[in-house]
Ligand binder design. Structure first.
Ligand SMILES: CC(C)(COP(=O)(O)OP(=O)(O)OC[C@H]1O[C@@H](n2cnc3c(N)ncnc32)[C@H](O)[C@@H]1OP(=O)(O)O)[C@@H](O)C(=O)NCCC(=O)NCCS
Length: 173
């Protein structure tokens, strides 16, 4: 297994095309996808996303959404990572955890480690993030990571989101 980076309690690896069931189980919870406006998962659409979006991104852009695991027992707990948004020419931070792991500080820990890797490992200049205003836990993570609020903007799916950014010089690991 190829570990890309780590945080105190977690490690991050690339998804492979074998990870369909992990992603299906993660998304197959209405609470998890409540604020992300994705269709109810099927094994078919998860396979399609994994094969045609998630895995190719590593080669195309040198980064992507990474599979997140507990160091203590290798358990898959969700994903965190970066995504190049062609339309905006921006690199976007995102995260998604299995519900049983919410509220334990993993969101902040993973986001901070990902930003650190983005700046110090990948030498990115700026990282952006977006969340629906009602997804308080998500934008709280951005603020805890010292990301700066930019504006409320209309996202690809027509919904208004809070947009944040952080530049390489602003980040303190
Ligand atoms: C959003 C998500 C990643 C948060 O992860 P988490 O591990 O629970 O977050 P943390 O434990 O690091 O908490 C981060 C902050 O949010 C706060 N928080 C957590 N859940 C909250 C809630 N439901 N309402 C308000 N604040 C909340 C925490 O108290 C903490 O703030 P604090 O340090 O000031 O106390 C997780 O709920 C998730 O995966 N949700 C489903 C997918 C999703 O919505 N992804 C984001 C799309 S933009």
């Amino acid at each position: 297994m190829n570990i890309i980076f780590q945080s105190p309690r977690l490690y991050f690896r690339k998804f492979t095309t074998e990870d369909v069931q992990l992603l299906f189980d993660l998304n197959n919870n209405p609470n998890v996808i409540k604020y992300v406006h994705e269709p109810t998962p099927t094994l078919e659409n998860i396979t399609d996303i994994l094969h045609n979006v998630i895995v190719p991104q590593y080669k195309l852009y040198g980064h992507g959404r990474w599979s997140m695991h507990l160091k203590s027992n290798d358990e898959f707990i969700g994903w965190c990572g970066l995504k190049y948004l062609k339309k905006f020419d921006e690199v976007d931070l995102g995260y998604r955890f299995k519900e049983e792991y919410w509220g334990k500080g993993y969101g902040y820990e993973a986001a901070k480690a990902t930003i650190d890797y983005g700046f110090n490992g990948l030498k990115l200049a700026t990282i952006y993030a977006r969340a629906l205003p009602e997804n308080t836990a998500s934008w709280k993570i951005m603020e805890k990571c010292k990301m700066q609020y930019v504006d409320n903007v209309i996202d690809d799916d027509g919904l208004m989101v809070k947009k944040y950014k952080i530049t390489n010089g602003q980040f303190e690991s």
